[in-house]
Write a protein that binds this ligand. Sequence first.
Ligand SMILES: NC(=O)C1=CN([C@@H]2O[C@H](COP(=O)(O)OP(=O)(O)OC[C@H]3O[C@@H](n4cnc5c(N)ncnc54)[C@H](OP(=O)(O)O)[C@@H]3O)[C@@H](O)[C@H]2O)C=CC1
Ligand SMILES: C=CC1=C(C)/C(=C/c2[nH]c(/C=C3N=C(/C=C4\NC(=O)C(C)=C4C=C)C(C)=C\3CCC(=O)O)c(CCC(=O)O)c2C)NC1=O
Length: 295
Amino acid sequence: MFGTVVVGVGTAGRVRIRDLLSPLPSSAAEKMTIKGFVSRRPLEEQQGVKQIALEEALGSEDIQVAIVCTENMSHEEYIRKFLEAGKHVCVEYPMSLSYAAAKELWELAEQKGKVLHEEHIELLTADYKQLKKDVAGKSLQEGTLHFTGGPVPSGFGFMAFSGIARLTWLVDLFGELTVTSGSMVEDREKQYMKMTAQFLTQEQRQLTWIEERGPGLGRMKNINFRFDSCTMDRLPEAPREPVGLFMQDLNLFGQKLLGQVPPEQLQAERRRVLHCLQLADRIQQLCQSPAHSGV
Ligand SMILES: NC(=O)C1=CN([C@@H]2O[C@H](COP(=O)(O)OP(=O)(O)OC[C@H]3O[C@@H](n4cnc5c(N)ncnc54)[C@H](OP(=O)(O)O)[C@@H]3O)[C@@H](O)[C@H]2O)C=CC1
Ligand SMILES: C=CC1=C(C)/C(=C/c2[nH]c(/C=C3N=C(/C=C4\NC(=O)C(C)=C4C=C)C(C)=C\3CCC(=O)O)c(CCC(=O)O)c2C)NC1=O
């Protein structure tokens, strides 16, 4: 069994505690047992689980695994601490707010012989799995993914990182990309932000990613993918699957802990994660260079 701590008790942290308390029967997630949670606030028991001080979690021989669920800005530091203490780490995306940091963290995991796993529930939704099937075999001519949502809370980093799930969709659907432009419009007073990034696929087809956030904007993804044979202008709808998204991710992490995931899959995942963070870095540079600064 792998003694596990959940680090950070917010929306994601609470779901992690719930899933660890009742893992899917006969799945790899059953091999983790929750020993406590870490929080920067003194908290009461959560779902019957007790708080553990960070230093105690790092030093305890009963704990082999940390699941980092804090806001993005703090991920790097927690991952580093737990890896250095010889623990396996699962982190909610994105693992860091720069490509360079992610590369270092992965090197550290390798050096320590520990699993480093970045959660990507956006790839696990039934709708996305259907979309991926629908796109398979078609030849893209041009496409747009436009996300809207409420204002980004502080501590979640630049939009290309807090929105890495959208970028990950594009890369998972259409392969590795090259950034051709990045720009930003921002009205701080109104808490409004809009980032537009453009890419070329390896086949030199143009993709546009728009991430737009502000008060009153609902969480939504609009697509427009033009293929040689047809155009897709809405996401497919597929029936919800019985296993929750974070639980599916926990099973995948559990399989990694048990050495059940083939090395080629681990390599491909690592490559995709690093590629997406590298694209996010580049978009940030372009958006923040003087020639592109917004309103
Ligand atoms: N929510 C979701 O559906 C998804 C989230 N994620 C990722 O999970 C991570 C965390 O996101 P999420 O859980 O939504 O973020 P939250 O804002 O809910 O929580 C982030 C952190 O803030 C602290 N916190 C939570 N509530 C309070 C409060 N009332 N007062 C003060 N501090 C508080 C907690 O840390 P502490 O206990 O140390 O104070 C918590 O870990 C991010 O990396 C995100 O990208 C990924 C996929 C889906
Ligand atoms: C209702 C308020 C609500 C909040 C505060 C919320 C926060 C939230 N949802 C996220 C992703 C996500 N959130 C969900 C799904 C959910 N997440 C949920 O909290 C709920 C109730 C669902 C319901 C289906 C999915 C599937 C993702 C993956 C990212 C994506 O597909 O874009 C993320 C990670 C950053 C991001 O990708 O934007 C945050 C911070 N999601 C919400 O829906």
